[in-house]
Design a protein around this ligand. Structure first.
Ligand code: ADP
Ligand code: MG
Length: 245
């Protein structure tokens, strides 16, 4: 699978009010990659992820997704987003719907999937994350860790080609972090392509095949995890790691 490009980012630039937030970012993401993005607060990690699914529009550069430049105006953005599951720090479930309805509404309404098929698929994924018995609950009855696992399943119900995670465990109580990371680890083992912004260095070390350090809008260093953490080269990365490890 190595070398089978899913996303090619070339010279991506983005600024807000004259402040350069992404400075000429380039990276290729291959099918099956688990890329962890780490870096200080404000370095542009979320903006980068948001550009990938066009929640932000890049100022210049190219993002080829499955060979199609999604920066072009005529791209079908709804179709594109269905191929990219996104999980945020905040869970964003619909509070007035049951878990099962949260999971099936988009496949049924946006993708035209038959309701029974959508329900069967959603339940099979809930089983995998240990939440089959919560299908009829509302968000308010679930713990933060359960809600985030449902949010991951909701993204998976669209059968995406890549999953983007933006600090998925940062809003959780510490005792719930592990259950969410464990679901993400399972996904990685199933060869899902994943781009994960995280402060969980243990996860990056154990699960990622590539770790990238973003600082002040630049990709400063990339390596496989062992080398990245034990033998950092860039001074800024060394300082960052000395604070977080
Ligand atoms: P990170 O996720 O690494 O913490 P962000 O991508 O959220 O960083 O933000 C990078 C920089 O861009 C920060 O200085 C932030 O204040 C700024 N920024 C992000 N989004 C916006 C926005 N919608 N409008 C203006 N400034 C923004
Ligand atoms: Mg962020």
């Amino acid at each position: 699978m190595a070398g089978d490009k899913l996303i090619e980012v070339k010279n991506l630039c983005k600024e807000f009010h004259g402040k350069k937030v992404l400075k000429n970012i380039s990276i290729d993401i291959n099918k099956g990659d688990v890329v962890c993005l780490i870096g200080p607060s404000g370095s542009g990690k979320s903006t980068f992820l948001r550009c990938l699914n066009k929640l932000e529009v890049a100022d210049s550069g190219e993002i080829l997704f499955e060979g199609v430049d999604i920066c072009k105006k005529d791209v079908n953005i709804d179709l594109h987003r269905q191929k990219m599951g996104m999980v945020f720090q905040q869970f964003n479930l619909f509070p007035h719907m049951t878990v099962l309805d949260n999971l099936t509404i988009a496949p049924i309404k946006l993708q035209g999937v038959d309701a029974n098929i959508a329900i069967d698929y959603a339940i099979s994924l809930l089983e995998k994350v240990g939440l089959a018995d919560r299908a009829d609950e509302y968000q308010s009855k679930l713990s933060g860790g359960q809600q985030q696992r449902v949010a991951i399943v909701r993204a998976l119900c669209m059968k995406p080609d890549v999953m983007l995670f933006d600090e998925p465990t940062s809003a959780l109580d510490p005792e719930m972090v592990g259950e969410v990371l464990s679901v993400m680890k399972d996904l990685a083992e199933q060869k899902m392509t994943m781009v994960v912004v995280t402060h969980e260095m243990g996860f990056a070390r154990e699960v990622a095949n590539r770790v990238v350090f973003l600082d002040s809008g630049e990709f400063v260093e990339e390596n496989e995890p062992k080398e990245f953490f034990t033998n950092p080269k860039n001074e800024r990365l060394k300082i960052f790691l000395s604070k977080v490890l």
